[in-house]
Design a protein around this ligand. Structure first.
Ligand code: COA
Length: 186
């Protein structure tokens, strides 16, 4: 089962947060978190009205990580509220591409810049290195211009690998390139 042990971590400002894998009982909290994230960042792909916030679907989304060797979901929590997440999948049962996977992540607006994002990716890297999964490389796609995210990934050793022209089209018809980045673990 792809889950991490629950740990307590201390942020730059001294606040103690919890990192753990979500359980089915966290589905409603996760919905509240997603509603916040999709309304509070121009750098996520989902627009607020595209997210259904359906309890059963969210429960299935959480339990779908169970039993998958190359997939993990991690949340950061404070006072029982989800304040950040990262989810990683190698997305395929095909052996030739099982050595790599990609992630998505976010941190609630009022907690950005305090070290939550760095803790979440560091925990993902620790899991990928230590467990008996087949992950050798962690990948992601980030919107060009998302400086906080790009700096965070670079600070942990991720390298830019390419640029996808006009990957994103915003509702005001602006196009944004996608930057693909990767971190080899070995
Ligand atoms: C990107 C995101 C997940 C980063 O999480 P975070 O908790 O704010 O990041 P951290 O506080 O751990 O920052 C770690 C490093 O990232 C860089 N960074 C973070 N915020 C930054 C900012 N506003 N400007 C420049 N660099 C920044 C710094 O290098 C920082 O290290 P330092 O504090 O030691 O200097 C968060 O800003 C977020 O949720 N943004 C909206 C959604 C999003 O963009 N998701 C990613 C899609 S690919």
């Amino acid at each position: 089962m792809a889950k991490i042990e629950k740990t307590e971590e201390i942020l730059k400002d001294g606040t103690t947060i919890v990192l753990r894998s979500p359980e089915i009982e966290d589905a409603q909290k996760f919905i509240d978190y997603c509603n916040h994230m999709f309304s509070n960042s121009e750098f996520v792909v989902t627009e607020p009205d595209e997210y259904e916030g359906d309890l059963e679907k969210q429960q299935k989304w959480i339990t779908d990580f169970d039993g998958k060797a190359g997939a993990i979901s991690i949340i950061s929590e404070l006072d029982g509220k989800i304040i950040g997440n990262i989810d990683f999948r190698n997305r395929s049962g095909r052996r030739r591409i099982q050595h790599r996977g990609d992630f998505g992540m976010g941190v609630v607006k009022e907690f950005r810049g305090k070290g939550v994002g760095k803790l979440l990716i560091s925990k993902l890297i620790e899991w990928a290195r230590s467990s008996d999964n087949s992950v050798e490389k962690i990948e992601l796609m980030v919107m060009a211009g998302n400086k906080p995210a790009i700096r965070l990934y670079e600070s942990l050793g991720f390298k830019e690998e390419g640029r996808v022209y006009k990957e994103i089209k915003m509702s005001d018809d602006r196009y944004i390139d996608g930057i693909s980045m990767g971190l080899w673990l070995y």
